[in-house]
Design a protein around this ligand. Sequence first.
Ligand code: GLY
Ligand code: MN
Ligand code: MN
Length: 456
Amino acid sequence: MISTQNLFAQRRNDLLSKMPEASVALIASGDETIRNRDVEFPFRAESDFWYLTGFTEPDSVLVLIRSEVFQRQAQVLDNEDHVYPSDHQAWLFVRPKDPEQETWQGRRLGVDDAPGVLGIDQAWSIEELDERAPEFLMQAEQLLVSFGQLEVWSLRIADWLAGLKSQVRKGIEAPSQLLDLDRWLHEQRLIKTRDEIDWMREAAKISVAGHLAAMRVCKPGAYEYQLQAELEYRFKQLGADRVAFNSIVASGENACILHYTENKAILKSGDLVLIDAGAEWRGYAGDISHTFPVNGRFSREQKQLYECVLRAQRAAIEQVKPGQAYDQMHQASIKCLTEGLFNLNLLQGSLEDLIKQQAIKRFFMHGTGHWLGMDVHDVGRYKLDGQWRHFKPGMVVTVEPGLYIAPQSEGVDQKWWGIGIRIEDDVLVTETGNEVLTLGLPRSVEEIELWMQNNQ
Ligand code: GLY
Ligand code: MN
Ligand code: MN
């Protein structure tokens, strides 16, 4: 295993080697955001920045500069005393040390320690970014920023470029193209390396432990937030950075609201509870959905729908293997869920037409999964040249079919109303197939009932 410092340096070098000649990339860590009055939301660095630096302070900017930029500068700027770097460069702009601020707000790494600690070539104060921008932009051909962050950069970049263009009579040139960095960086992030897989395994393991802790305190009369507290307590106790996204603890018909996060209702005997939650470990997300009966026993209808979702999930997971097109897992779950609801008479007509027309959308309105990594809905394209891309070893995807029969569903027998089920695991594509990272929760009806009997 390589040292953490080398790991981040390797990521930067990989990206630099793929960037166009004479290009420069800018990546920001993000700013702190006010929650209300003078209270801030907890800060979490942007994943792109964290991925390339291992550094998590706000107000910081990484600049990656291809070596050709300096060769071109040397030709134009007739400055014999200046030593231009001969290699690609990683420069970091950080918050300067400030004893008073640090007394109130917390420690800062500072400019002097940044190169040694983070293995970058040069560090400067963030206050010098505007002043130093010509040093990395002059004679660059292309400027790469994430178009998702353009709002952050646009006015600043406009100022920098205008400043350079006003010096055209000295032979100075500004970059003439602005490109979306995501094309390079997000493709790199999509394929996880061995270290990243280790961290994702840990995120998965802690996420499983949190779900088990919530199951343990589940009983009629408890509140959804009490399960949430148990789950998140376990995450923290096991060293998780934080939750990977806002935990969903949805009992009864609340489970039919896909992003329900109120978590305030009382758990009722006879209802199911759907928990969708995951821990973040060293920046990497777990994402698990688990559905189980509040009183430990599935009703007949709950069991029928649960088993249908579980069959769909198993069929979908089988499609996660190298060379298989991404959408095959969704097709497999649609087929399985449609067959299931057709057999239960929840969907009527010809099975073939129902599948073709995607009639299941009424009860299964989301995709079967998404890339997983530092962001819960992780980066990376899903189609290449208009075609679903094929799985490759190192990709991690969630597999999460569900069924949601909203209350008062027209034309649906009342016995099904208000049942919401999702089953979600995190799956790594391996050389030979896949590995489910989130094993450890009771999954079948029998396993869940037995577990609840023995653990409550
Ligand atoms: N927890 C968000 C999702 O499953 O996509
Ligand atoms: Mn998910
Ligand atoms: Mn989820």
